[in-house]
Design a protein around this ligand. Structure first.
Ligand SMILES: N[C@@H](CCC(=O)N[C@@H](CS)C(=O)NCC(=O)O)C(=O)O
Length: 217
């Protein structure tokens, strides 16, 4: 059954991962760039769509699905041949895929926020929040860099949407001024991701939405 899909996303936000997943799936979808700069995500019109006031939000036949993890698993269940995840031979493999997503979403994303947008974690001085975020970040990158010395992608030889999620996390830390220079396997993983067609199409789609928004203003 074909679904009517519309993604609400924002510039550089974690909705890039969902955008990449939709591009990998390859079905038609509409999109709306939520303008964070003017606080559109906290205005009544958007809150009526997603009361959490966050992106991503995917409308599926008019019903809203939020949370990257849920959206990505729904897309995978609905389009199993799209290659969003490697085939899971057992319930164990399936749970491991979920664990990777949940770890990035629940554990790593808040750390990215401390590095990139520390003002969201404090009403006071942002410097200690950023410093703590960077302290938490370094050992994570050490560990992931060592793992990427053993395998090309998160799950082995096959790209998955977890790689795009992981890419989003470290690239966003760089937007926050974090220097990614010391991790050569992460640099290689980054270059491989940035050459991946679905990620390239997602970034082009996001850039087109940004250009259209500027044009409209
Ligand atoms: N756990 C959520 C996190 C969503 C989230 O925090 N999105 C950010 C952009 S990366 C957002 O909308 N921030 C706006 C805000 O929190 O006000 C998910 O993975 O979908």
């Amino acid at each position: 059954m074909a679904h009517d899909l519309k993604l609400y996303h924002a510039y550089t936000a974690c909705s890039r991962v969902t955008l990449t997943a939709l591009e990998q799936v390859g079905v038609p979808y509409a999109d709306h760039l939520v303008d964070f700069r003017v606080g559109e995500h906290k205005q009544p019109a958007y809150l009526a769509i997603n009361r959490q006031g966050k992106v991503p939000c995917l409308l599926v036949d008019g019903a809203a699905m939020t949370e990257n993890v849920a959206i990505l698993r729904w897309l995978h269940a609905t389009y199993p041949d799209a290659g969003l995840f490697p085939p899971a031979a057992s319930a164990w493999d399936d749970a491991r895929q979920l664990a990777a997503l949940v770890w990035i979403s629940a554990s790593w994303h808040p750390t990215v926020r401390a590095v990139k947008a520390p003002f969201m974690w404090t009403t006071g001085d942002v410097a200690p929040v950023k410093e703590k975020g960077e302290q938490l970040f370094r050992p994570l990158l050490d560990q992931l860099d060592a793992e990427l010395a053993q395998r090309r992608w998160w799950f082995g030889e096959q790209w998955s949407i977890v790689d795009a999620y992981f890419w989003w996390a470290y690239v966003n830390s760089e937007f926050g001024g974090f220097d990614l220079g010391g991790w050569s396997n992460i640099a290689r993983h980054r270059a491989d991701n940035e050459a991946h067609p679905a990620l390239q199409r997602a970034l082009a789609r996001e850039a087109a939405a940004v250009a259209a928004l500027k044009e409209a203003k």
